[in-house]
Structure formats: C-alpha cells, structure tokens
Design a protein around this ligand. Structure first.
Ligand code: ADP
Ligand code: MG
Length: 257
C-alpha cells in the first residue's frame, strides 16, 4: 500500500465489514430488548447467534433489515448507515436477504413466481431472465422439479429451501437466518442445513440464529451468545463450546448440549 499513511487504513478497515451494529438500543415499551449491541461482521464471515429464548436474537436480526426500528445507535450495511426511510433504505434492505422460521412463501403463487416476484418488481428484471435465474437457484437448492407447484404442495423442508432461493434471487450481500429449521419436522432439518453449509462454503456472509449446534460447529466462524438483550460472549466455536466464560453461557450449554 503506497497511499499516504493515515488515510487508507481507516477506509479499508471500515470497508471490510458488511454489517456493523454500534451501540444499538431497542425497547418495546418498558422492555429493554437490545442493550448496547456492538457487532461487526466481515465479508464472507458466518456468524451463529445463540442464546435463550427471549434474549433478543430475532429482534436484532429484524433491525438489520429494518423490520424493526432502533431507538439509538447505528446499523451499517456495507459501510452505509441504514436511514429511517426512503429510497436508500429500500436499496439497502434489498442487500439483506432474510429467511424466517415460518417459510412465509406467497401461498397463492407458484414456486417459480415466488422466486421471480421481487427481482421483477424491485430490481426491474426482465421476466425471462428472472425465470432463468430462478430455475438455476431452485436447482441449486434441489427443488427445481417443483417450480410449477403451489407452496402447500411442498414439504416444509422444500418450502424453506424455496425461501432461501427466493432470498438469493435478490443477490443479497448478507443473508440472515432466524431459526430456519425450528418449524421443520426432524427429518427435514438437514436438507435445509446442508443448503446453508453450501452457501457458507461459497463465501456468503451469513448471520444465523439457530439451536442446531452441529451446524454451528461445522459452519460458524464465530459464535455470538446473547442473553437478556446483551451480547455476553463472542468467540470461535471451539472457544465457545469448550470454554464458555460466563455462567449464563455455561448454563445455556448444559441445557442444550
Ligand atoms: P429471541 O429471538 O431471542 O427469542 P426476541 O427478539 O423474539 O427474542 O424477543 C426479545 C424480547 O422482546 C422478548 O421478551 C419478547 O417477548 C419481546 N418482543 C419481541 N417482539 C416484540 C414486539 N413486537 N412487541 C413487544 N415485545 C416484543
Ligand atoms: Mg427468536
């Protein structure tokens, strides 16, 4: 690097984070659900967020693509602060794909239409091109043979894989997964986790809330442990699972493992 000292390092340092939360606070009425959340996610990093129910994991995910507002603090996507509203907000939200526990497919649209809808409407993509790409994505998650069916004709695991394909169709820079396998029958959990592991291997930047500790060990670069609206621990899977530091984490692990 031969640019003037003191300028470039700062810019580079900021640019390598795709998601940044700084001093994020959130209340629901009197309930303080996010307490001074600070989190930085690098490009290509896979973060797994764990913690007891009610600790604010879903709320944190929802603030990142602005399904929830925050009271104070800053959230940046690829270096750009999420504004309160407007066109720029819509653009930044499109950079963040989200997959929920409940698959949330449009029930009255075919699988193919579920995947092409946003690229056509929001990205202004040509229908043919959108369909071609959608078929590629559906093939990637192993449900291309179901393209003409309605969501209700698919199993839960298939629907969730469609939900992943639908999110990917917007070419997000980051994917958020909020307990994507919690509503599935046990025999379908792995078919969804396998798709997530593949995405992780391909370099997708991911934030995953999950209780699937096997997935966390296999795919996570970093584990974030939340309790009572705070991030209490952060570390590699080895650090977290083998050497949890706080009593809360030890207690949580003793119940889940
Ligand atoms: P987690 O995903 O870790 O289980 P959540 O983020 O869903 O936690 O919830 C954190 C806390 O905020 C819980 O006490 C929950 O009841 C509360 N909460 C979540 N969403 C709302 C809402 N829309 N209105 C009021 N309270 C909420
Ligand atoms: Mg939740």
């Amino acid at each position: 690097m031969n640019s003037p000292a003191g300028i470039q390092p700062v810019i580079e340092d900021d640019a390598k984070y795709l998601v940044e939360l700084e001093h994020v606070e959130k209340h629901f009425g009197n309930l303080h659900v996010l307490k001074d959340i600070n989190l930085k996610v690098k490009k290509g990093e896979v973060l797994v967020i764990v913690g007891p129910s009610g600790s604010g994991k879903s709320t944190m995910c929802r603030t990142i693509n602005r399904l929830e507002t925050i009271d104070s603090g800053v959230i940046r996507i690829d270096g750009q602060a999420l504004p309160q509203e407007g066109k720029q907000l819509a653009q930044l939200r499109a950079e963040v794909g989200m997959v929920f526990q409940s698959f949330n497919l449009f029930a009255n649209k075919t699988i193919l239409d579920n995947v092409t809808l946003a690229p056509i409407k929001v990205r202004g993509m040509d229908k043919m091109a959108a369909e071609r790409e959608a078929m590629d994505l559906l093939a990637r998650v192993g449900v291309d043979s179901q393209a003409e069916k309605m969501p209700s004709q698919l199993s839960g695991g298939q629907q969730q894989r469609v939900a992943i394909a639908r999110a990917l169709a917007m070419h997000p820079k980051v994917m958020l997964f909020d307990e994507p396998t919690s509503a599935l029958d046990p025999e379908m959990v792995n078919e969804v986790l396998d798709v997530m592991v593949e995405l992780a291997k391909e370099g997708m930047t991911m934030l995953c809330v999950t209780h699937e500790m096997g997935f966390a060990r296999k795919a996570a670069d970093r584990i974030v442990f939340m309790a009572d609206g705070q991030i209490l621990e952060e570390g590699t899977p080895d650090e977290f699972f083998e050497h949890p530091k706080t009593e809360r984490a030890k207690d949580f692990l003793s119940k889940i493992l």
